[in-house]
Design a protein around this ligand. Structure first.
Ligand SMILES: Cc1cc2nc3c(=O)[nH]c(=O)nc-3n(C[C@H](O)[C@H](O)[C@H](O)COP(=O)(O)O)c2cc1C
Length: 180
């Protein structure tokens, strides 16, 4: 798959096949691609906690941990990647220049894009989950820094249809400036 094919094929998966387990090689491939994500000053200010089995169930079951009624599908995912913050450590010369900039959020967004793209390339469904209770997830996962995103992973349930993408038209999204 080239990248455009991956982008076309990737969609948020909210229906997982609870009978299928993700093979180790596939999960490793997703994590290895995550490792290669770029970040501001290469600071990689995040940590990935990979939850499986009972931990996923505990997170899904905990009252409102995953925004009940919206993210109930988390319970059916075979794996849940919990992305938490790590300090932004950069060379002293960059500290002042980066002041007031929140590159960590951008870095975590890019990381999520890498993870979901590789999941698609591996034939896996995924969904980025931003609505959750940070403190509850931290408690269950034993983390002491804020949780910023969750990503569900698993095989899509058979018959899950490929939805047409609803996106802005290129003419609305972009414009072009001619160079003089
Ligand atoms: C930062 C972020 C947070 C999101 N949070 C949720 C969420 O909590 N629950 C959910 O079902 N989808 C969530 N999504 C998925 C978006 O709804 C989805 O990407 C968007 O509607 C486009 O659809 P597609 O992913 O199928 O192309 C989130 C996506 C992003 C990028």
């Amino acid at each position: 798959m080239n990248f455009n094919e991956i982008a076309q094929a990737r969609q948020s998966c909210r229906k997982y096949d609870t009978q299928r387990i993700i093979e180790k090689e596939k999960l490793d491939a997703v994590l290895e691609t995550a490792r290669l994500a770029p970040s501001a000053c290469n600071s990689q200010p995040y940590h990935l906690t990979v939850c499986r089995g009972e931990t996923v169930k505990r997170i899904a079951r905990a009252k409102n941990a995953c925004c009940e009624g919206i993210n109930d599908f988390v319970a059916d995912a075979d794996a849940l990647i919990v992305i938490s913050e790590q300090p932004v450590v950069v060379a002293p010369v960059m500290v002042e220049r980066m002041e007031g900039q929140n590159f960590r959020d951008i870095d975590i967004g890019i990381l999520a894009a890498y993870i979901t793209a590789e999941a698609t390339a591996q034939g896996l469904g995924s969904c980025i989950v931003g609505l959750f209770d940070d403190l509850e997830i931290r408690r269950i996962c034993g983390l002491d820094t804020p949780v910023r995103l969750l990503i569900t992973l698993g095989y899509e349930r058979e018959g899950n249809t490929h939805r047409e993408k609803r996106r802005k038209a290129l003419s609305e999204l972009t414009d072009q400036k001619e160079c003089d």
